[in-house]
Design a protein around this ligand. Structure first.
Ligand code: NAD
Length: 267
């Protein structure tokens, strides 16, 4: 069997469960060396054992801890090539209840800080490795509104925007960054609402299908894209509609400075 990721070193946050665990297994089967990073120690160690990898306890909301994990990966493996920044949670409270400040900080901390802090930690290591690939798990809720969990949409839209905006800056270092935007996937995250899908026969994704989409995204070697993953169709980059270009008062096209061109990342 060919191993397209042989020799690659991958870090997977939120790798103890669901999509992250499926990603660890698939990346390992393709030859990558895996570090599972998660707050869930028992589950995370079990996944790491399964893939002959390494477990590191990580709370992604802790910037210094993100750096420590990456330093540890570099010490053990000599390099870091792939970071799947995937840890995430949904809101515990309905949208129409008063804001619970602690819960608000928690979801932004995990879903947004967790990605920005992860990027801050992995980019220097990827520069040392001569390049790399970052995929952050956003959600379909980062592309379309998710009624009932507006805070989740807030965080996932942020992840999409962050990956798209950061891509041109990382591109000269051969570091690619994309967001993965799965629809509903059968993981512990959707257990509370799973019966609603079952009752109408809705085909929720499997975690393995989302992991397949991750690998397709890595193989495409593009950057600054948001890949949607929906049941019954191939994963693909979402085509954003362009905002109309600026115009001078006389109506003529007003070119934007090249370094501020949002499409500068496309390859
Ligand atoms: N399941 C879905 O329908 C779905 C759809 C779109 C996007 N997503 C996203 O996919 C990602 C993975 O979710 P999942 O569905 O596999 O759920 P999951 O609950 O099975 O896995 C989430 C993992 O993140 C870990 N985690 C939570 N807080 C953490 C922290 N502070 N530091 C480190 N790890 C932490 C958990 O311990 C768990 O292992 C999330 O970002 C989620 O928002 C899920």
């Amino acid at each position: 069997m060919s191993e397209p990721l042989a020799g690659k070193v991958a870090l997977v946050t939120g790798g103890a469960s669901g999509i992250g665990a499926a990603a660890c297994r698939l990346l390992a089967s393709l030859g990558a060396r895996i570090t599972v990073a998660d707050v869930a120690e028992e589950l995370g160690r079990a996944v790491a054992d399964d893939v002959d990898g390494y477990f590191h306890r990580l709370d992604v909301t802790d910037l210094a801890a993100n750096h420590a994990v990456v330093a540890d990966v570099e010490t053990r493996e000599g390099r870091l090539d792939i970071a799947f920044l995937n840890a995430g949670i949904v809101s515990p409270t309905p949208d129409d209840e008063p804001l619970d400040l602690a819960a608000y900080r928690r979801i932004l901390g995990i879903n947004v800080d967790g990605v920005a802090f992860g990027v801050d930690a992995v980019v220097p290591a990827m520069k040392r490795a001569g390049g790399g690939q970052i995929v952050a798990t956003a959600s379909l809720a980062g592309l379309v509104p998710l009624p009932g969990d507006a805070l989740y949409s807030l965080t996932k839209t942020a992840v999409v925007a962050y990956a798209r905006a950061l891509a041109p800056t990382l591109a000269p270092h051969d570091i690619l960054i994309n967001a993965l935007c799965p629809g509903f996937a059968d993981t512990p995250m959707i257990t509370p609402i799973k019966s609603q899908f079952d009752s109408i026969g809705f085909p929720v994704l499997t975690a393995e299908q989302v992991a397949d989409a991750l690998v397709e995204c890595l193989a495409a070697r593009r950057t600054g894209e948001a890949w949607f993953v929906q049941p019954g169709m191939p994963a693909a980059p979402y085509r954003f509609r362009n905002v109309p270009a600026a115009r001078h008062p006389d109506g003529s096209h007003a070119p934007i400075p090249v370094n501020l061109d949002p499409h500068g990342a496309r390859r």
